[in-house]
Design a protein around this ligand. Sequence first.
Ligand SMILES: NC(=O)c1ccc[n+]([C@@H]2O[C@H](COP(=O)([O-])OP(=O)(O)OC[C@H]3O[C@@H](n4cnc5c(N)ncnc54)[C@H](OP(=O)(O)O)[C@@H]3O)[C@@H](O)[C@H]2O)c1
Length: 355
Amino acid sequence: MSHNRGTILVTGATGGLGCAIASRIASSREFGAYHGIFTVRDTKTATALHAALKSAKQTPMSSHLHEDIKISLDLSRLDRVREAAAHINGLVEAGSIPPLAAIILNAGYEEFGEQTWTDDGLDTSFVVNYLGHWLLTLLILRSMDREKGRIVWISSWAQNPEDRRNVMNRSFRDDKYKTMVDTDLEPLAKGTWSPNKNGESIWKAGYRRYGASKVCGVAMIHELQKRLDQDPRLSKISVLAIDPAAMATGIVRHTSWLVRVLVFRIFAGVLAPFLVRIHPNGTWRTPQKSARDVLAVALDNGPPPLSERPKGLYFNGSELGDYSSEAKDLSKGQVIWEGSVRFSQLKENETILQI
Ligand SMILES: NC(=O)c1ccc[n+]([C@@H]2O[C@H](COP(=O)([O-])OP(=O)(O)OC[C@H]3O[C@@H](n4cnc5c(N)ncnc54)[C@H](OP(=O)(O)O)[C@@H]3O)[C@@H](O)[C@H]2O)c1
């Protein structure tokens, strides 16, 4: 086996799922020959990632050959995204690491209370979950492995108003929330679609914005894929998405004590290891099971539906899943694309893809 199989990039690597992915890369023999780049908001405070990597490397199965690279990247800052991308491109160009075999767009942010905006005046959930990831991907396309590179968007059932769990929680019950993307991306980008308003459940407003940001990412399994397919240099790269489902992680850190501690930490933390054995792709999962699924989507060549170059697929854990009709709609994909170029102020000379 080659000692240099490529580089795996994971964003938000100090969170619950990110740590589980990093830990699996560092501890499993099958990933021993990959390099890891782990981006975190701030490397100085990424104690969970440092601890996870240290303990993973002490496991008997670990045969990790390469030094991990940790990069500070605040995805709400597009200038920081540009800096991190330049750093990663520099490492690949200099031959310090092999090209990127997989980009796992994992960092996530959800508002359950106050609505916030970035310094550029954009909705924070939109930028962290989608636009920052989109820009990063476009900027580092030049560093991707052109034979087998895969881009993986971490999704959520929040993106699909028709998902039975969203029907049950009634977040999208009002007709005005059934359509997220209209003819312009601006309402999503500026957070005027589903803003926090007095008299309405703030939890639901933030949840819908989170869902809308996820729709934009999922739409890329068609829109970005179509554009990559049109470029003979990049046409072998795949774009995929996966829902890891509900896990006891920090994603609910801005919610009430009841949800954070009782539902996620106690109920999910204790019961998910059992539930996942009965329903591996059910509502509640462990970060470890989802990390396994994410890495399979990012790197495995089979069994079906995975193949050497799987394209345009949406996974619910380890099986194919359904997703929002808006994300499947190519005309909406075009709207999301044009808005992404506009709000990221991406210039033609910044990416090797024709925009
Ligand atoms: N947990 C669930 O129930 C669930 C369900 C469906 C989908 N997901 C998705 O799974 C992915 C992983 O989330 P998780 O469950 O592991 O939650 P998590 O523990 O909160 O991890 C999310 C990570 O994203 C990072 N992040 C937040 N804002 C950022 C920013 N501005 N710049 C850079 N990084 C930022 C966080 O960094 P800090 O630690 O520095 O804040 C954290 O490390 C997310 O995409 C989430 O949407 C989770």
